[in-house]
Design a protein around this ligand. Structure first.
Ligand SMILES: C[S@@+](CC[C@H](N)C(=O)[O-])C[C@H]1O[C@@H](n2cnc3c(N)ncnc32)[C@H](O)[C@@H]1O
Length: 422
């Protein structure tokens, strides 16, 4: 494909993604499946522009001077320049409407591209690519580290796998994956984690198809490990969703004891079924939609309860760059109130002497330590565990442990362990 045609393809893709309804990576995959003529280099160049436009979506209004989010076409043109695909003059020349090239630039588009080259000092939120309104929340968490963390958030998330200890050990799986030609190493923090270099299609590979590994960020693995679930215990996963942490808990329990996966949304629970089958634990894991009768029936029945709470997803911006735009301080405050209510409900299931683990993939203190402090203020029978002693090499604070892509190389995560008085 000619460079101008690649640019046109990137713009077309951005328009499809902007139409919404589907995750960006799915739209990109489908687009290329239907365009077999696009070679490897074409795909890399087109996807490079598209991902750049998505990653910089928050700051494009300032950079282009449009004030509002630019249309997909201008976003693509600007991303081509910002990513170094071509300079503004070349983009202007390519856009002649001939063959597969984009239509000629409008006056406004030409002015917007010219602004990209102006010598202006971007404000912190543009440099860090976050909504201006979230600046105070991010500064509260990261302080002087904020630019470093946001640079790490702009990178690509690594591919991490969790070894299913029910079926295999980490060393054996590392050998197996290396034998299949993958470049892999053990994760630094999770004893069941494997980090894969590059992007690999795992679906067809035997260790994945046969349930010896699952895709799971190292931070998520630590959340499950913080539950200290052991064979023979009773454990509840209160916000189980599609079961990422449930699977990890089942493996720690070696399929012995009782594991109850709960969620307010029965449809999400349904989605965990194929994963349970692949991991060989579909008979072991009980599933139930939350309701008040169940909460009353199961009160005080569990050694450990995990609350992997719904949150702003601000720790996952590497994977979901567009989630930046959905978070606002008001939304964060609403979520914090919901998280407090969920913790209160879940706490009722914990046995005296049992453990309550609260986790989010949010980096905002408002959804993390503040929620824990509020809960501990309401429930004198729970106390925060010693977070410094939870994982070797990870220094926790009094109310929990926060992970981020710059410090630990994981997604942004928070976890707190609270023990109920015996
Ligand atoms: C972060 S997701 C869970 C992800 C899941 N634990 C995993 O590892 O794949 C949060 C889940 O909380 C559920 N949820 C939302 N409100 C809830 C509530 N009030 N009580 C229980 N679960 C709730 C959502 O349906 C969603 O599945």
């Amino acid at each position: 494909m000619q460079p101008a045609a690649r640019l046109a393809a990137a713009i077309e893709l951005l328009a499809e993604i902007g139409a919404g309804g589907e995750a960006a990576d799915r739209v990109v995959d489908r687009y290329f499946r239907h365009r077999r003529y696009a070679g490897k280099q074409d795909r890399a160049a087109i996807a490079g522009i598209v991902w750049h436009a998505i990653r910089r979506a928050t700051s494009l209004p300032w950079l282009t001077g449009t004030g509002a989010h630019p249309a997909p076409r201008l976003a693509g043109l600007a991303a081509a320049v910002l990513s170094g695909f071509a300079d503004a003059a070349t983009v202007d020349r390519w856009c002649d409407g001939q063959g597969h090239a984009p239509a000629p630039l409008s006056y406004e588009e030409r002015a917007a591209l010219a602004r990209l080259g102006e010598d202006r000092v971007p404000p912190d939120w543009v440099q860090g690519d976050y909504p201006e309104s979230l600046g105070p929340l991010l500064l509260r968490r990261f302080g002087a580290r904020l630019p470093t963390v946001m640079a790490a958030m702009a990178g690509r998330a690594p591919l991490d796998l969790r070894v299913n200890r029910l079926k295999a050990g980490r060393e054996a799986v590392l050998d197996e994956l290396r034998g299949l030609g993958l470049q892999v190493e053990g994760c630094a923090l999770s004893p069941v984690g494997i980090r894969v270099a590059g992007r690999e299609r795992l679906g067809p590979l035997a260790p994945f198809a046969e349930g010896r590994v699952e895709v799971q960020d190292e931070g998520s693995q630590l959340v499950a490990l913080a539950c200290a679930a052991a064979p023979g215990q009773a454990v509840a996963d209160f916000c189980a969703g599609a079961g990422g942490k449930t699977l990890a808990l089942a493996a720690e329990m070696q399929g012995r004891g009782r594991l109850l996966a709960l969620d307010i949304d029965a449809f999400r629970l349904k989605r965990m079924e194929p994963r349970l089958t692949r991991a060989g634990i579909d008979q072991f894991v009980e599933r139930a939609a939350l309701d008040p009768d169940l909460l009353a029936r199961e009160a005080g029945a569990f050694d450990a309860v995990l609350v992997d709470a719904p949150c702003s997803l601000s720790g996952t911006w590497r994977r979901n760059p567009l989630a930046r735009q959905q978070a606002t301080p008001e939304r964060v405050a609403e979520l914090a109130a919901l998280q407090g209510r969920i913790l209160d409900q879940a706490a009722g299931l914990v046995k005296p002497g049992g453990r309550l683990v609260y986790a989010t993939c949010s980096v905002f203190v408002e959804e993390d330590e503040d929620v824990v402090a509020g809960f501990l203020g309401r429930r004198g029978d729970f106390a925060a565990a010693d977070h410094a002693a939870l994982f070797p090499g990870l220094a926790g604070g009094p109310l929990g442990l926060a992970l981020d892509p710059a410090a630990q190389g994981t997604d942004g995560f928070f976890l707190a362990v609270m023990m109920r008085a015996a």
